[in-house]
Design a protein around this ligand. Structure first.
Ligand code: AMP
Length: 286
């Protein structure tokens, strides 16, 4: 595995690869790698000749009151995982090399970022779009692998790629969960034992919403009420949103039909959790 620590080093590597004409699979991450990240690397490994992983805790996507400084960092563990997954190139830049002092560009994806995480975390998606623009231009991957766990982020990045006309195929990969349903996340490390026990309640609430739809409920309000009731059993410290949305636009729905995504964000202790569940809704009563 080759480790590249500077953007110029990555540019040099990429230029050499222009001649080789290989397929490049790219997995962007913020490190503290877990089985969710591994699943993206494996998908990339299966579908592409060369696998590039980036590990960069992107300061631009954290709000001023958020956890940028204490975000988990584990370079040794990450290196071991990348080697184990046969990653070809690991891009591991330091913040000041990735964003030089002269850096002054911001990328904003409108509309899709207006609600949900975009509303709760102002400037978050600008940070995501800006780092992705820079990474995608450096790596120029054939395919880019993203986790559905961050569903709004998936849609935002796909939109960015489409709008900019970048030639990379964006693939959404399924959410990897612990046995009790909690979606794996680097931030799960923050949890105390008792908080960890309560955390799967978000996924259970989403499942309850899906079950209500399976029983024939078609009013979004009714499904949202079911989810809100269930999530309270875990005594969250806050519920940021629980909503039934159009899976393509993320606009909230009144009546459920077609491809629906149930989106949720709650807080337990100082930790914020997001999760989602896709539901394909046919005609029914209710
Ligand atoms: P992060 O390091 O949290 O920024 O995540 C890097 C990539 O891994 C993003 O595309 C995430 O959506 C994806 N990811 C994070 N957690 C999971 C998970 N539990 N299952 C699948 N993909 C994930």
């Amino acid at each position: 595995m080759r480790i590249v620590r500077t953007t110029s080093g990555l540019q040099t590597w990429r230029r050499q690869h222009d001649a080789v004409r290989t397929t490049i699979g790219f997995v962007p991450t913020m490190g503290a790698l877990h089985d969710g990240h591994r699943s993206l690397m494996r998908r990339a490994r299966r579908l592409c000749r060369t696998v590039v992983v980036s590990i960069f805790v992107n300061p631009l996507q954290f709000g001023p009151a958020e956890d940028y400084l204490r975000y988990p960092r584990d370079t040794d563990g990450d290196l071991a995982i990348c080697r184990d997954e046969q990653v070809d190139v690991l891009f591991l830049p330091a913040p000041d090399t990735f964003y030089p002092q002269t850096f002054c560009t911001t990328v904003a994806v409108e509309t899709l970022t207006r609600r949900w995480e975009g509303e709760q975390r102002p400037a978050h998606f600008q940070g995501v779009a800006t780092v992705m623009a820079r990474l995608l231009n450096l790596v120029r991957p054939t395919q880019t692998f993203l986790g559905e766990k961050d569903y709004q982020q998936c849609l935002v990045i796909r939109q960015l790629v489409q709008d900019m006309g970048w030639d990379t195929r964006v693939r959404f990969c399924p959410t990897i969960r612990d046995a009790d349903g909690l979606a794996l996340s680097s931030r799960n490390q923050y949890l105390s034992a008792s908080q960890r026990q309560r955390a799967p309640v978000l996924y259970r609430a989403l499942l309850g919403g899906k079950e209500a739809i399976a029983r024939g409920v078609r009013r979004a309000r009714a499904v949202e009420k079911t989810m809100a009731g269930l999530v309270q059993t875990g005594h969250p410290d806050g519920v940021d949103y629980l909503a039934c949305c159009d899976a393509r636009t993320l606009e909230p729905l009144i009546r459920l039909q077609g491809d629906v995504v149930l989106l949720g964000a709650i807080r337990i202790g100082g930790v914020r959790f997001i999760d989602n569940l896709m539901v394909r809704v046919g005609d029914s009563r209710g």
